[in-house]
Design a protein around this ligand. Structure first.
Ligand SMILES: *Cc1c(COP(=O)(O)O)cnc(C)c1O
Length: 401
């Protein structure tokens, strides 16, 4: 009997009851704008910022409209301007080069290794080309962060971490987002907490925090923040920092706060699913599992494997056959950008660059979402289906050659 999977790869869990109750309360009082506060009320957004800062051990936190907005704000806050170059990963998602382009800067891509992390040798080689690295922890894979910070500190490079897939992750016990000068997170539906849209920015740098808050559209109401520097920091920047509105509202913050309290428990559930998938895929001929380093605390909200050096038609055949059995896989190497996946050469607003070693890896990256609505049995079934289809095509390829 041929097994089929019937689950939905984009269906998230409903929000916790506590979040629903908190949202209804905000709707009942109607004070949805973050600065619309009654009496001594702190407001949901300010409380969210205070709680998230404490959760990751950062001095300052700003909640904003999206993860991409947080990234662009981080670039502006460290002074990236029109015509500047910004180092970033060749393997990432469109909002990252998009944030760089939004401030008129140009991405300089750094290659990807078979571990799906930034190529530190390539980073070292390109370190002289920019004063900022926007480091994307793409699909939750953390590079050796100690080594990366050594390279960047030695070259005087400011590191902005894109933690869209690493909220809840850590390297050597240090939370993702706490290695560089700024950490940016997304609270979009497909990430680790869900407010539809939303983003968080953390930093220990008082001037960066003050600028980011001014940039986000705080008018002169910065004293209503609970995870912000004192008024003197704002005095220094308030006349020359433009307002580029991208605030978060109290409704989104209300539904995020209970989810952040649940984050560790959710991470455990994601990783149970991830490990079930990983175990089921291990030792499949032709398929390379991406090994996770011991120093890495990851969040298995998606899983990747490599079909390295496969013919493109064979990769496509695996995707088609898995798709026919209900298993939706994404291929980063596909020539035309599809849905959320795209390759660095499809971002044509940026100068063309050639990274042949990365092209080989990108051509083999297969990606799958792991929503928490999947059961462990679902994960075991999905792995059996992938294993069978990869095995069948691999054997056929061998027979052809
Ligand atoms: C989702 C995502 C972002 C940005 O998030 P939005 O909230 O959608 O703007 C940034 N980087 C990566 C790698 C992402 O996947």
């Amino acid at each position: 009997m041929t097994e089929h999977f019937t689950g939905n790869f984009t269906q998230q869990e409903p929000l916790p009851e506590e979040a629903i109750t908190a949202a209804v309360e905000v709707m009942r009082h109607g004070r949805i704008h973050r600065y619309n506060l009654a009496g001594a009320e702190a407001g949901e957004v300010a409380l969210l910022e205070q709680e998230f800062a404490a959760q990751v051990g950062a001095k300052y936190c700003l909640a904003v409209a999206s993860g991409g907005y947080a990234l662009a704000t981080a670039l502006r806050a460290v002074g990236v301007a029109h015509g500047d170059k910004v180092l970033t990963n060749a393997f990432t998602l469109a909002p990252v080069p998009g944030a760089i382009a939004s401030v008129g800067a140009e991405p300089v891509y750094v290659g990807v290794t078979e571990d799906l992390t930034i190529d530190l040798a390539d980073l070292t080689a390109k370190a002289g080309q920019a004063r900022v690295l926007m480091l994307s922890h793409m699909r939750g894979h953390l590079c050796d962060m100690d080594r990366l910070m050594e390279i960047c500190d030695a070259a005087g490079i400011i590191v902005i971490e894109d933690c869209a897939h690493t909220m809840g992750a850590a390297w050597n016990g240090v939370p993702s987002g706490r290695h560089g000068a700024i950490g940016c997170y997304s609270c979009q539906t497909y990430k680790h907490v869900n407010s539809g849209e939303g983003g968080l920015l953390i930093t220990d740098d008082e001037e960066v925090a003050a600028r980011a808050i001014m940039l986000s559209g705080s008018y002169m109401l910065y004293s209503r923040h609970l995870a912000a520097p004192g008024p003197e920091a704002f005095e220094r920047v308030k006349y020359d920092t433009p307002n580029i509105s991208g605030r978060m509202d109290n409704l989104r913050a209300a539904i995020l706060r209970p989810q952040l309290r649940d984050l560790d428990a959710q991470v455990t559930r994601w990783n149970e699913r991830y490990r079930m998938l990983e175990a089921g895929l291990r030792d499949t001929p032709g398929l390379t599992v991406v090994e996770r380093p011991e120093q890495e605390t990851y969040v298995g909200s998606s899983i990747q494997f490599l079909l390295l050096d496969w013919a493109p038609e064979a990769v496509q055949e695996v995707l088609t056959r898995c798709g026919a059995r209900g298993v939706e896989l994404k291929w980063f190497g596909v020539p035309e950008p599809v849905a959320f996946t795209s390759r660095y050469d499809s971002w044509r607003y940026a100068p063309a660059q050639s990274l042949p070693d990365s092209d080989r890896i990108l051509a083999g990256i297969i990606d799958m979402r792991v929503p928490l609505t999947f059961s462990l049995e679902d994960c075991a079934l999905i792995a059996r289906i992938i294993r069978a289809e990869v095995g069948a095509i691999w054997q056929a390829q061998g027979a052809d050659s």
